[in-house]
Design a protein around this ligand. Structure first.
Ligand SMILES: [Zn+2]
Length: 342
């Protein structure tokens, strides 16, 4: 019996002429001396020093306020498995020396796990935005960013910005004022925080360049949960504010393949590649099938000579996105992959 597994996805595209050989990364003459770890860490710790001290009376004889965010940053930078582990090693002379010299933790005075939470929890994540902006400016000035240019068709000097939401905290017991709530007031009530993360990516580059993420948390004065759909509006507005001249192609998953998100991206002058899955975007696939019948789609099939895996492509321009957005026309690349028939 023939066994064939099929995987399908479609991408809706803002740009034509994507088919063909992907562009190679540019060879770039770059000045990386400003991109050494110590210089980049210094740039971040300088920004963290600007966070205002919110403690009553600023705890004059206590741990300097800047030591809190800088210790937290160091904990993440050295990839500590937990805050408790960081806490247990904060008396280690080698660790203290590194914290003082590399992370500018004054007098090596590292807060304990509990105090770190008390002092850092109320700090708005927006205070971290400046470090991301400065790091990006440094990467841009060094010439390193050019390696990430990804021209598609008529689009030159564009960069791929991949965005997705991720959960960073979930508990059935612990919560704070910023927590979003699942099953509020019912059995199985739980609390969570999410983050909208993003990176400039390039298929030929092993590293990625993050821009400032957006916290998906309950917004001030709001009784409803925050959501990825609301967060993307704040996120894109911040990217435009911080990087008004950056030419972007926004990469998103199927959750965002809708009229409002596409119009928002276009309003900022950017382009997009968004995944649209069969199950959630039936009308889009039906519109493709209709164009197919009218022989208005380009298609080709490629078979991998070694594995026998077949790649089926079809492509059309100006396909209506869905029934509620008939005037929103998108370019669609429909892709199906089938295993070798055994
Ligand atoms: Zn919380």
């Amino acid at each position: 019996m023939a066994m064939e597994s099929v995987r399908q996805f479609s991408a809706i595209l803002a740009t034509g002429a994507i088919l063909g050989q992907p562009p190679r990364a540019k060879p770039v003459q770059k000045n990386c001396s400003h991109l050494t770890a110590s210089r980049l860490i210094k740039l971040v710790t300088d920004c963290l020093d600007e966070i205002p001290d919110h403690r009553p009376n600023q705890c004059k004889n206590g741990i300097p306020f800047g030591n809190f965010p800088k210790s937290a940053f160091a904990m993440m930078q050295v990839k500590m498995p937990s805050m408790l582990r960081f806490d247990s090693e904060r008396a280690d002379p080698v660790r203290v020396h590194n914290l003082e010299t590399l992370f500018d933790v004054i007098d090596g005075r590292v807060p304990c796990d509990t105090r770190m939470r008390e002092v850092m929890d109320p700090v708005s994540p927006h205070w971290l935005q400046k470090s991301f902006k400065k790091l990006f400016a440094r990467v841009q000035r060094s010439g390193y960013l050019q390696k990430f240019e990804f021209p598609i068709g008529r689009l030159k000097n564009h960069y791929l910005l991949a965005i997705d939401g991720t959960q960073i905290f979930f508990s059935g017991k612990l919560s704070c004022d910023d927590c979003c709530t699942k099953n509020q007031g019912k059995a199985g009530e739980a609390f969570y925080h999410q983050l909208m993360g993003d990176c400039i990516v390039h298929p030929d580059q092993k590293v990625v360049i993050p821009l400032a993420p957006e916290a998906i948390v309950r917004q001030d004065g709001c009784t409803k949960n925050d959501s990825e759909k609301s967060a993307i509006k704040r996120f894109l507005a911040n990217v435009k504010k911080d990087h008004p001249y950056l030419k972007l192609i926004i990469l998103l998953d199927g959750l965002y393949a809708d009229g409002p998100t596409i119009r928002l991206i276009k309003s900022y002058g950017w382009h997009y590649i968004i995944i649209a899955k069969d199950g959630n975007h039936g009308p889009l696939i039906e519109a493709m099938d209709e164009l197919d019948k009218q022989e208005k789609v380009a298609r080709f099939v490629k078979t991998d000579p070694e594995t026998g895996v077949k790649h089926w492509y079809r492509f059309a321009n100006d396909v209506p996105l869905n029934k509620s957005n008939p005037d929103e026309k998108v370019n669609v690349l429909d892709f199906v992959e089938t295993d070798k028939i055994r």
